[in-house]
Ligand binder design. Structure first.
Ligand SMILES: Nc1ncnc2c1ncn2[C@@H]1O[C@H](COP(=O)(O)OP(=O)(O)OP(=O)(O)O)[C@@H](O)[C@H]1O
Ligand SMILES: [Mg+2]
Length: 862
């Protein structure tokens, strides 16, 4: 269970979160909230929204931009640099101070605007799949975004909806809520109106809390508190996109920390050494700090956001909307995808094809009882109910009156209605056929007179069921029992000693496109597991029809008998899971994760939500229940596995682009800064002035802004990726020294061949350093020969643009301001030769550095 602290600072028009609002009567609540049965008027709702704020606990992106700039300014390195520059200004060098400040301003602006833009794009996409709620405004139900709900609103909720705020129940039709978020209790609790004397929210049967979910029945709720004033951070808590960091994020972070440590050590060493050599104190200090700025991977968070949001835009174009940016990695890294059946593998156009009674012939009694059940059950009507109702006339149903029902839930897998006609009061039960049969002791042969269900009759009914299921037809069992005239409130325990009447048989044609999509996913290294609440034979039939090579089969009953460790051992060899409950779906996901897999789960029902949440990449579809969509990290705009396959490719592309940054950072950039640090020890002067170091860093950063747009080789997206520190280290240990080697060569040539002065040396070094670190991107962006894999135009533009600017700044008259000097031709040509030599070597060595490692690292992430 997650809790969040309550944010302070909202105007006090709402009760404090500790208020026991459920102890008041509905009238008292209406009065104190100045609302009425008709709901608020649209104007009043708008006014309250302005007063109270949005029904969400987090601030919109817009407000965060200043905070971001502030945060950058107080970063220790930047702060030290500014102070150091100020001191150097105070000692007379105000020009340096101005230039340093400008460079910092430009780089912070670049960073913040890029990140901000990226976040805005990502947020807009997320908004497009935001949850909406039915609210009564001016007496009429209207759909509004949940964040516009205000205290005093009346919200209409159905099974599958997320409770958008805290409130009291005005009406309930067998409403049951899942309050696991609040109580940790996984089973639905009943909700009914009426003041309650409960001491804690968990016991308040008449209250609904934001962030929980209605799992069956219907309810009308008067909103008492919204946004940060709700008990549990409300909707924000349920929709919260933060998740524990993925293995990739943690790996990247660990890598960043490693670089930071090296940097700290290096910078300290350089500073002390320079001081020991009696160099000017202030300049040495500035140089050391500028080096640190150049070395630290401070841009990594921004790069992640920008690349991921770029990925999110591309995915949206391919009908996948990303709610949690980091899930893009998870999708690319996913190596097992668990999928439900209806709608994903089938067309979800369910049709009733038969309604056999005991004889096997269609029976009017069966369809009538089934229809009475479907019509009067208070939960959301499932597609099965729709199919039944589509086959019935209204007339016979009019003879029945509903008294009560025991709504459907996925643990029981059945639903009962208590009804009566002019002659008798019946409990009519409909549900998974095995479960219904198991609860029957008698059978109705068609005349309404029950006879004992002996072994022979039971065997005949089982055989009928098996025959239908093996044809891939879904079945529901229908049964009934007489109830005493005075029984008005049936319960699940009444569902026994039933009279079996017959089956409803449905067809749901397999989706032709699913087979191809599954093959595509399997070619991409993603294993498919089918996890369904439906029966085993139906599942087996569908995989046979689609030609999916699925092995093994575990049913809910099997799983119930397995401990977590045993289940983890079994999931490796099984692709089909039938008749599983929502809780078992989650256990399957966890078992796969325990085996080291990165698991995706796609589903659309309330029963899929916990597993979607537990999966690394939780997928749902537009049009699924709110609860499923809220639990998901990614929403498919089209219910199709082909869309998932596209998403996987995009996820891997995004990962590949982020890895380009990592490689860039570890090859020339890091290498150059390193060589520079050591060079400073052997030179009679600093290899670059602090300003030049900062300028170098800024231009390098600009050159990299094209990477998120870059194209990725097909070979790089073939297999699921996973962060592998060894690969990164190997790359760094090959490419870093190579870059240093050429730096040293530059150093020696400039100093000993040309006997360069400080200014000439710095100009030459600056050019070599800029060109090598920028141009190498064209080599390391691909594992193929650089001339075969074409870079994207955006990357060409940013890279060549910043290199051009570097050359211009160094060699034009402006350069004098920055401490550069015009270079004679022989030096220019030698530098060009060095750059060429470096690139040539890098192209050859990258093959060694990038050689794929065997197998995937099977390390768990949590
Ligand atoms: N409206 C209903 N009335 C009675 N029983 C139902 C109803 N809906 C579902 N069931 C029973 O519950 C079982 C599980 O439901 P369902 O098949 O929707 O599960 P699921 O896991 O979502 O399956 P899928 O993988 O096909 O999406 C069904 O096979 C059926 O036996
Ligand atoms: Mg389903």
């Amino acid at each position: 269970m997650r809790r969040r602290s309550i944010l302070p600072g909202r105007r006090q028009t709402q009760p404090s979160p500790s208020d026991d609002f459920w102890s008041r009567s509905a009238e008292a609540s209406f009065a104190s909230l100045r609302s009425e049965e008709q709901g608020l008027s649209a104007q009043e709702a708008a006014r309250r929204l302005r007063d109270v704020g949005r029904n969400i606990a987090v601030e919109p992106v817009r407000r965060r931009i200043l905070a971001k700039i502030g945060k950058r300014l107080i970063e220790p390195l930047i702060a030290i640099l500014i102070v150091a520059a100020l001191i150097s200004g105070a000692t007379g060098d105000w020009a340096s101070f101005g230039i340093i400040l400008s460079i910092l301003a430009i780089s912070i602006a670049l960073d913040v605007t890029q990140e901000h833009r990226a976040e805005k794009v990502a947020e807009a996409l997320k908004q497009s799949v935001a949850v909406r709620a039915q609210v009564k405004r001016g007496g009429r139900p209207v759909g509004v975004p949940v964040e516009n709900i205000v205290p005093g609103d009346i919200v209409l909720l159905r099974a599958g909806d997320l409770v958008p705020a805290d409130g009291i129940l005005l009406e309930s039709r067998a409403a049951h809520a899942n309050e696991a978020l609040l109580t940790g209790e996984p089973f639905p609790v009943e909700k009914r109106p009426g003041p309650s004397a409960a001491a804690t929210p968990a016991e308040a049967f008449n209250a609904l809390f934001g962030g929980t979910a209605l799992v069956s029945g219907e309810a009308t709720m008067l909103v008492v508190a919204t946004g940060a004033r709700t008990r549990f951070g409300g909707i924000a808590a349920a929709l919260r996109s933060e998740e524990p960091p993925t293995s990739f994020e943690r790996g990247l972070h660990a890598f960043g920390v490693l670089i930071l440590r090296i940097t700290a050590f290096l910078v300290l060493f350089v500073l002390l050494a320079n001081l020991a050599l009696h160099r000017p104190v202030l300049e040495s200090f500035l140089f050391a700090v500028a080096l640190a700025v150049g070395l630290t991977p401070e841009l990594m968070p921004m790069i992640m956001t920008v690349t991921l949001s770029r990925g999110a835009v591309r995915m949206a174009a391919r009908k996948v909307v990303v709610k949690r940016l980091a899930a893009i990695h998870d999708l690319g890294a996913m190596d097992v995808l668990c999928t439900d059946k209806t709608g994903t593998l089938t067309e979800a156009s369910i049709d009733l094809v038969a309604h056999p009674g005991f004889s096997g012939e269609d029976s009017e009694r069966v369809i009538e009882f089934a229809a009475v059940n479907s019509r009067f059950e208070s939960g959301v009507k499932s597609a099965l109910d729709d199919a039944i109702l589509a086959h019935t006339q209204e007339k016979p149903l009019d003879a029945w009156r509903k008294i009560a029902d025991v709504p459907f839930d996925f643990e029981r897998r059945r639903v009962s209605v208590l009804v009566e006609n002019s002659r008798r009061r019946l409990l009519i039960v409909k549900g998974a056929p095995e479960e219904i049969l198991a609860r029957c002791s008698r059978v109705d042969m068609g005349d309404g007179v029950p006879v004992p269900l002996d072994e022979e009759k039971s065997g005949k009914l089982q055989a009928l069921l098996a025959a239908k299921s093996e044809e891939g037809l879904r079945c529901l069992g229908i049964a009934w029992r007489d109830m005493p005239e005075d029984r008005a409130a049936p319960a699940a325990k009444d569902e026994q000693d039933l009279v079996f009447v017959g089956y409803c048989v449905f067809v749901d044609p397999p989706k032709a496109s699913a087979a191809e999509a599954i093959r595509r996913l399997e070619r991409a290294g993603v294993r498919i597991a089918i996890v369904s609440g439906d029966a085993a034979p139906v599942l087996r039939h569908i995989v046979e029809t689609l030609g999916i090579p699925a092995k093994g089969m575990l049913t809910g009953a099997d799983i119930a008998g397995l401990g977590d460790a045993a289940l983890a051992a079994r999931v490796a060899k099984v692709d089909l899971f039938a008749r599983v409950s929502p809780d078992q779906k989650t256990r399957i996901v966890r078992a796969l994760q325990a085996r080291g897999h990165t698991v995706g789960f796609i589903g659309d029902g309330i029963n899929d939500a916990p597993a979607i949440k537990a999966a690394d990449a939780g997928l749902s579809v537009d049009g699924a229940s709110d609860v499923a969509r809220a639990a998901a990290d990614l929403i498919l705009l089209e219910h199709d596995l082909g869309v998932v396959a596209d998403g996987v490719a995009e996820g891997r592309r995004t990962y590949a682009n982020i890895m380009k940054y990592v490689r860039m950072g570890t090859s020339s950039n890091f290498g150059n800064m390193l060589s520079m640090a050591f060079a400073s020890l052997f030179l009679p002067f600093l290899p670059l002035t602090p300003i030049q170091v900062l300028l170098n860093n800024l231009l390098y950063d600009v050159s990299e802004t094209g990477i998120p747009f870059d194209d990725v080789d097909e070979t790089a997206t073939k297999r699921p990726h996973s962060w592998n520190m060894h690969e990164v280290l190997r790359f760094s240990l090959i490419m870093g020294p190579l870059s240093s080697l050429f730096d040293i060569a530059t150093f020696v040539i400039l100093l000993h061949v040309f006997g360069a002065s400080a200014e000439v040396f710095r100009t030459g070094w600056f050019l070599e350093s800029m060109a090598t670190q920028i141009l190498v991107v064209f080599l390391i962006r691909t594992a193929l020969p650089a001339w075969i894999s074409r870079p994207n135009r955006a990357l060409v533009a940013t890279s060549l643009g910043s290199l051009g600017l570097a050359i211009l700044l160094a060699l034009s008259p402006v350069g004098h301001w920055l401490g550069f000097f015009t270079l004679p031709w022989p030096i220019l040509l030698s530098i060009a030769a060095l750059i060429g030599g470096y690139l040539l070597m890098a192209e050859f060595l990258k093959r060694l550095a990038l050689a794929p490692q065997q197998g995937r690292s099977h390390q768990r992430r949590r």
